[in-house]
Design a protein around this ligand. Structure first.
Ligand SMILES: NC(=O)c1ccc[n+]([C@@H]2O[C@H](COP(=O)([O-])OP(=O)(O)OC[C@H]3O[C@@H](n4cnc5c(N)ncnc54)[C@H](OP(=O)(O)O)[C@@H]3O)[C@@H](O)[C@H]2O)c1
Length: 267
């Protein structure tokens, strides 16, 4: 019988995480490194990426930094090559970094669409494709896309963002189907509203909106970045070995709430 604890054993696994220096990505890269994985952090700002690597190393973890801009899809294969040069393998890719354009639906330009599709769909897919070629040689691996509850739900001024998140969930299902025969699993993690340092300041400054948001979350608060770690760990580990093409929603119950709590639970 398999030892239950070994299901979550990711010691020595090589995991590349885009945007692993900040917000949800930082919760994932620092948490998975603590669990024994070697994490490759990819983002644009070299200083904050290297600082994240040093912070992980200071805790006794293993991390490596690669600079890239997801607005340049042609550079994605190089990230996988450099990971292989450093570690000899790649076990998981977490496509976490994303762009948002907070703009009314009718005001989006062709340039806006070009940019957000490149960052949120084209580059993550090319990164997954390059990794899949290597994973096929290795006999397997996992791809995890960080989607959003806005793939299925709506708020104002997020049409292009929501569209890209819906696109990666569909993409994940198709890649999952095609790559299952190579032992590669592809899943999505969809956070609800999450208080990253940057976002929470902006959210809190808009008090009525912030309070309305609380009203829609049965578990009583927006997510913290660390709330995403358990589901991500599950999805990159053997614990989810029979799961592919799925999305796990981690949203405090927002998606099941039909009305604000003040109305639902009014005496
Ligand atoms: N926060 C939420 O409420 C929430 C809710 C649902 C889903 N999500 C999803 O969760 C993921 C993480 O969100 P977050 O709020 O934690 O993000 P964040 O705090 O804004 O951090 C974004 C990270 O991605 C990197 N990044 C951004 N654009 C990039 C680019 N063009 N190329 C390379 N790296 C880039 C940033 O580093 P550099 O700036 O140095 O490049 C940063 O590390 C995203 O996919 C987001 O859509 C977030």
């Amino acid at each position: 019988m398999q030892d239950a604890h070994s299901l979550f054993d990711i010691a020595g696994k090589v995991i590349l995480i885009t945007g692993g220096n900040k917000g949800i990505g930082w919760a994932l890269s620092s948490g998975l490194a603590q669990a024994g994985a070697s994490v490759v952090i990819v983002n644009r700002g070299r200083e904050s990426g290297e600082a994240a690597v040093q912070a992980i190393q200071a805790q006794g973890g293993d991390a490596y930094y690669l600079q890239a801009d997801l607005a340049e899809p042609q550079t994605m294969p190089e990230l996988v090559l450099q990971t292989i040069q450093r570690y000899g393998r790649i076990d998981a890719v977490i496509n976490n970094a994303a762009a948002r354009i907070n703009q009314w639906a009718e005001a989006h330009t062709a340039e806006d669409w070009d940019y957000i599709l490149k960052v949120n769909v084209v580059s993550p897919s090319l990164l997954a494709q390059s990794a899949a070629i290597q994973m096929k040689r290795q006999g397997g691996g996992t791809i995890l896309y960080v989607s959003s509850n806005l793939a299925c739900r709506t708020i104002d001024r997020r049409s292009s963002y929501g569209a890209t998140k819906g696109a990666i969930e569909a993409l994940a299902r198709h890649q999952a189907l095609e790559w299952a025969r190579f032992g590669i699993r592809v899943n999505c993690l969809a956070p609800g509203s999450t208080e990253t340092p940057e976002l929470s300041n902006r959210m809190r400054s808009d008090t009525p909106r912030y309070e309305a948001l609380h009203q829609m979350i049965p578990l009583g608060r927006p997510a913290r970045p660390n709330d995403m770690l358990g589901a991500a760990w599950f999805l990159v580990s053997a614990a989810s070995e029979y799961m592919t093409g799925q999305t796990i929603l981690v949203d405090g119950g927002w998606s099941i709430a039909s009305m604000p709590k003040s109305v639902l639970f009014a005496p």
